[in-house]
Ligand binder design. Structure first.
Ligand SMILES: NC(=O)c1ccc[n+]([C@@H]2O[C@H](COP(=O)([O-])OP(=O)(O)OC[C@H]3O[C@@H](n4cnc5c(N)ncnc54)[C@H](OP(=O)(O)O)[C@@H]3O)[C@@H](O)[C@H]2O)c1
Length: 333
C-alpha cells in the first residue's frame, strides 16, 4: 500500500510503499478513501504539538473508508461497512483518560490515516450516513466531534441561547452548523468580511471582524444583550480567552479547545471566578460522540479536496488560512 511519512518540518512528505497491515483479534482493516486536515496536523508536522513524537509518523488523524477485513471475534457482517474512524479509536465511550489520549491517530507514536489501509479496533469506527461521500465522513472525527463536544458535552446549548464562535475553520464551521440546528443564535468572529458573509449564509445571526474590532468580546456581549453570551467555542487560546471571558454571561460556559495563539499566556482568572464562568477543556471526544454527531445528518462544509499525490499542497492550503471549513485529501475513489 501507499503511504506518506513525515520527513522534517520543512521537507515534503515522504511517499513510501509498505506491506498491507492485517487485523488482529477485535480489529478491522479499513481501506481508506479520504482524509481531512486539522490545525493539529500542521503543528505535528512542524514538531510543535508538544510531547514526544516519532519523526517519521504517518500524519493526519481523520479518515473514512470501507471495512475490508475483520479480525477474530469481529462479526463478518461488518465487511463492506462504510465508516469514519475515531480520532482516538481506543476511546469508544465513557470518560476521557490519558491512556485514551495516547492512542490519538497521527500524533505522538501513533501512525495516522494518510495511507491506503489502516488497522483499528472494531469499536473505533462509526457507520457513515448512507448517501455521504467519504470526504464528508472524514470531516467529522476531530473537528466535528470537537464542535459537538463543545456544544453538548457540558451544560448543553439550548434553543434560543446565544453562542459565540471564533473563526471559520474546521471546528468553528461545524459548531456554527450544530448550534444553528438546535435553534441557538450564533455570533461568529472572523478576520474576513467575506467569510463572515458566508457564515451568515450558513445561519450565523451576526458577524464581528476581530481585526477591525479588537474588543470583539465586549461587542459580542452587547449583541447578545442581557448579561452576555451563554456559550463560547474558544479556539484561539490564551490570545483570545480574555475577550471570550468578557463576552460570556455570569454562569455561562467557555468550551476551551484551541491553541491558535499558543499553549499558554496571561488569563483573567478574576473574571472566571467573579462571573462564576465554567471554563471547560475539551479534547475531541469518543467514538460514541462521533456516531452521535454523524447521526445529526449535518453535512460538513468542504473547502477543497486534493488528490493523494498532492498531499503537500493540502497542507499548504491549510497553512494559508484561506480555507473555510475542511480541507480534504482523496486517498482512493
Ligand atoms: N482540543 C481539541 O480537542 C481540539 C480539536 C480540534 C481542534 N483544536 C484546536 O482548535 C483550533 C482550530 O482548529 P481547526 O482545525 O478548526 O483550525 P483551522 O481549520 O485551521 O481554522 C483556524 C481558523 O481559526 C480562525 N482564527 C485564527 N486565529 C484566530 C484568532 N486570533 N481569533 C479568532 N479566530 C482565529 C481563522 O478564522 P478566520 O479565517 O475566519 O479568521 C482560521 O481559519 C486549533 O488551535 C486546534 O489545535 C482542538
Amino acid at each position: 500500500m501507499r503511504a506518506y511519512r513525515l520527513n522534517g518540518a520543512a521537507a515534503p512528505l515522504r511517499p513510501v510503499e509498505e506491506a498491507d497491515p492485517t487485523p488482529g483479534p477485535g480489529q478491522v482493516l479499513v481501506d481508506l478513501k479520504a482524509a481531512t486536515l486539522n490545525y493539529r496536523d500542521m503543528i505535528v508536522r512542524e514538531g510543535r504539538y508538544g510531547g514526544e513524537q516519532r519523526a517519521d509518523l504517518v500524519p493526519l488523524s481523520d479518515g473514512a473508508g470501507i471495512i475490508s477485513a475483520v479480525g477474530e471475534g469481529v462479526s463478518p457482517d461488518r465487511l463492506g461497512e462504510r465508516v469514519a474512524i475515531g480520532f482516538m479509536p481506543g476511546w469508544s465511550e465513557g470518560p476521557f483518560s490519558a491512556g485514551k489520549q495516547a492512542g490519538a491517530l497521527g500524533g505522538g507514536f501513533v501512525d495516522g490515516v494518510l495511507q491506503e489501509k489502516i488497522v483499528v479496533p472494531a469499536s473505533g469506527t462509526a457507520r457513515l450516513p448512507e448517501d455521504w461521500s467519504f470526504v464528508e465522513g472524514a470531516a467529522y472525527p476531530c473537528a466535528g466531534v470537537t464542535a459537538w463536544n463543545c456544544l453538548f458535552g457540558g451544560r448543553g446549548v439550548w434553543l434560543g441561547e446565544t453562542v459565540l464562535i471564533q473563526g471559520t475553520g474546521g471546528v468553528s464551521t461545524f459548531a456554527l452548523q450544530f448550534a444553528h440546528a438546535v435553534g441557538a443564535r450564533v455570533i461568529v468572529t472572523s478576520s474576513s468580511d467575506a467569510k463572515l458573509a458566508q457564515a451568515k449564509a450558513l445561519g450565523a445571526a451576526e458577524g464581528i471582524n476581530y481585526r477591525d474590532t479588537p474588543e470583539w468580546g465586549l461587542r459580542a456581549a452587547e449583541i447578545a444583550g442581557g448579561e452576555g453570551v451563554d456559550h463560547v467555542v474558544e479556539v484561539g487560546g490564551s490570545g483570545t480567552l480574555n475577550q471570550a471571558l468578557q463576552a460570556v454571561r455570569p454562569g455561562g460556559e467557555v468550551a476551551l479547545v484551541g491553541v491558535l495563539t499558543g499553549f499558554g499566556g496571561e488569563v483573567n482568572t478574576g473574571a472566571i471566578l467573579m462571573k462564576a464562568i465554567n471554563v471547560r477543556g475539551v479534547y475531541v471526544g469518543s467514538v460514541a460522540e462521533l456516531a452521535a454527531a454523524l447521526r445529526s445528518g449535518i453535512r460538513p462544509v468542504i473547502d477543497r479536496v486534493f488528490p493523494f499525490d498532492r498531499a503537500d499542497a493540502a497542507f499548504e492550503h491549510l497553512r494559508s488560512g484561506a480555507h473555510r471549513g475542511k480541507v480534504a485529501i482523496q486517498i482512493a475513489e
